[in-house]
Design a protein around this ligand. Structure first.
Ligand SMILES: *Cc1c(COP(=O)(O)O)cnc(C)c1O
Length: 356
């Protein structure tokens, strides 16, 4: 039976990435060696790194004055690196979910953190609006896609202080006006590559303004100077990211994939609204994520949660359980998920409705 991969992360990769990665494991760039056993300083890998950076620049239309870095440590390490490198006294955070909250908590170790707004009291089921960002904040931190709760900030904000965004789960899902951001970061394992590499897009002139000493490994300037090879980079994951970006470029880039993402998410949200057994957890379509689509059983059908989970699994739908902190269901519809998988899930929901 065909399996449909709705896992939230690590998550589905394009078949192209899987195939090219297998080739690279056997013979990387005609070297006769595996990508798993080659020096990061070899000219072949340096070329791979440079090409991957080039694809980032091209696909996201990154302006000059910005650097692209590939680091270890996951998005979670950026929760520390961002304030360490950017916060002198005060930073502002928008609390839209579990990851946003974790970022905020880490920032408190480095100075005054202003939580400008939070949707915590409503289990993060909306994106707060109408808040004030302190004009003297060193930066304002947002999470553009809330992987666990299924909300998203789908438009680039216009704010007066440097804007920092965790884009772990929606990078490359839509065009981004990078010039509006001082720094964008994310773990690659949602929409780009296997786990192990973290991308950082940073505006160079934002750096070097804090007075605290910064450990070399945590200093963006050190990694810029080392061209992401200050220490051994996650070679394999960078290689896989390069394959995904080639695939995306062939497909027409972020504008083309955005169109597909809107279409896929639309199919599923429509079914959740239509089907009597289910309801969405995010009421306002403006706030609904296009990457992680959350839903629960409708009020009269709560007892069908486990039976639906089992039924869906028996039909090859994998990874649709909601996050352990929320329950219900979450279908992740990342770039690599084909429309056929969404259609298959919709049929399963219809079939389950007709049986109940
Ligand atoms: C998954 C995720 C993280 C955590 O990423 P790690 O690489 O595991 O540290 C952080 N932020 C968001 C939005 C995520 O989806």
């Amino acid at each position: 039976m065909k399996k449909h991969n709705f896992y939230a992360g690590p998550s589905i990769l394009p078949q192209y990435t899987i195939d090219k990665t297998i080739e690279g494991i056997k013979d990387f760039a005609g070297t006769g060696l595996s990508i798993l056993e080659i020096s990061h300083r070899s000219k072949e890998f340096v070329a791979c790194m440079n090409d991957t950076i080039g694809l980032f620049r091209e696909l996201l239309d990154i302006p000059s004055g910005y650097q692209v870095l590939f680091l270890g440590g996951g998005a979670s390490m950026q929760f520390c690196m961002v304030p360490m490198n950017l916060m002198e006294k005060k930073a502002a955070y928008l609390n839209t979910g579990e990851w946003a909250g974790k970022a905020l908590k880490e920032a408190r170790l480095f100075g005054e953190v202003v939580e400008v707004a939070s949707s915590k009291e409503k289990l993060f089921n909306y994106i707060p609006r109408n808040y004030t960002i302190p004009a003297d904040a060193d930066y304002f931190h947002i999470t553009t896609n809330n992987t666990i709760y299924g909300t998203g900030i789908k438009k680039d904000m216009d704010v007066k202080v440097p804007l920092v965004a965790d884009m772990s789960s929606d990078i490359f899902s839509r065009p981004v006006d990078v010039s509006r951001y001082a720094l964008i970061y994310g773990g690659a394992q949602k929409n780009l590559a296997p786990a192990g590499v973290t991308f950082v897009i940073v505006k160079e002139d934002i750096l070097g303004k804090v007075t605290r000493p910064i450990s070399s490994m945590l200093d963006y300037r050190v990694h810029i100077k080392g061209e992401s090879m200050f220490n051994t980079p996650p070679v394999f994951a960078v290689f896989a990211a390069q394959q995904t970006l080639k695939w995306l470029k062939d497909l027409g880039g972020v504008k083309a994939i955005q169109k597909k993402n809107i279409e896929k998410a639309g199919l599923l949200y429509d079914e959740i609204e239509r089907n009597k057994l289910f309801k969405p957890t995010i009421a306002d379509p403006e706030d609904r994520s296009l990457m992680n689509i959350c839903f629960v059983m409708a009020d009269n059908y709560k007892e069908l949660e486990k039976p639906f989970a089992d039924f869906a699994k028996s039909k090859g739908m994998l990874g649709i359980e909601g996050h352990r902190s929320v329950g219900g269901f979450r279908a992740s519809t990342y770039n690599a998920l084909p429309k056929e998988s969404v259609e298959a899930l919709v049929s399963v929901m219809k079939e389950f409705e007709s049986k109940n």
